[in-house]
Design a protein around this ligand. Sequence first.
Ligand SMILES: NC(=O)c1ccc[n+]([C@@H]2O[C@H](COP(=O)([O-])OP(=O)(O)OC[C@H]3O[C@@H](n4cnc5c(N)ncnc54)[C@H](O)[C@@H]3O)[C@@H](O)[C@H]2O)c1
Length: 311
Amino acid sequence: MASEYKVGLIFGKFYPLHCGHIYLIEKAMTQVDELHIFLGCEATRDKELFDKSHLPRQPQVSDRFSWLKETFKDRHNIHVHILDEAGIKSYPNGWKDWSDRVKQILSKHKIKPNVVFTSEPQDVKDYEFYFNSPVIIVDADRNFMNISATQIRQNPYKNWSFIADAAKPFFVKKVAIIGQGKFNELSLQLANIYNTQHVSNGYINYIDREISTPYNQRYLSETDYIRIAILHVERLSRAVENSNKLLFTTIDFDTLAQYYTQIFEKENQVLKGLKESYHFDLVIHQNDLDPNHTPAQHFETVSKMVEALLI
Ligand SMILES: NC(=O)c1ccc[n+]([C@@H]2O[C@H](COP(=O)([O-])OP(=O)(O)OC[C@H]3O[C@@H](n4cnc5c(N)ncnc54)[C@H](O)[C@@H]3O)[C@@H](O)[C@H]2O)c1
């Protein structure tokens, strides 16, 4: 006897996607032929969640969507839909309107669900009523993956290991430590200590020398600076994918643009654009620290500044 083709539904905010969500989804996948995930979004509610959180920046719907897509890429029977909840009374006061909006998407894509998965026992009756489907509760006590998105929003770095790998790069804090001699080694040292990535920039020593070099004896042309900047973006982008909470480097784009302006006595639009769009969470210039301090004291000062980023 042919068994019924099973189509499952899962609803969530995935703010952010974590291993508990992934467990729910994978557990559901053991019981269905096809799974439809609905990513609920509502601009005011989502902004409020961010305002109450300790997340470094607000994930947009596109970020949350891409975390799901990336995590379940190559899984052709997992489908992700964006569910705009604008204008509907917030949970749990808008079940009728909310389920009607879900049904619009179901009918548009000719999806005929026959099971809903959740870890929330209090929602079972409403899901059964509005979708006329049985509900399977997965790990209501969160014993298998003891984590919630609220806990991650409250303390993303303490709960780092639970954040979905696809979402981690979004939360990595970028640190540039700029200086000479022993100070220049700090970013590499801290990357080692924090078990994370470091992006060196070998050109920085050249650039620093160029400032005091007469025009006709300089090594680097104007376009070399653009190449250095683009290469740096590429290397940072690769490194952030494998970073553990922090990413260290020896130059930021604001400083690079300042060097350029100092040397060529004009602005460059590419560097200006990078300076405005590429955000660093912490930039430490050796010149801003006490010049009478020893390298060991600088190490202490900088370490404390970095540690404060993870609170
Ligand atoms: N307006 C309404 O009345 C109404 C009614 C129902 C649902 N909704 C919407 O549905 C969405 C529900 O999202 P949510 O808050 O449940 O999202 P969520 O992202 O917190 O969770 C998504 C799913 O993962 C499960 N889960 C979370 N942590 C888990 C863990 N550690 N182990 C196993 N499973 C885990 C949850 O039970 C849920 O089923 C929201 O967008 C909400 O607005 C609205």
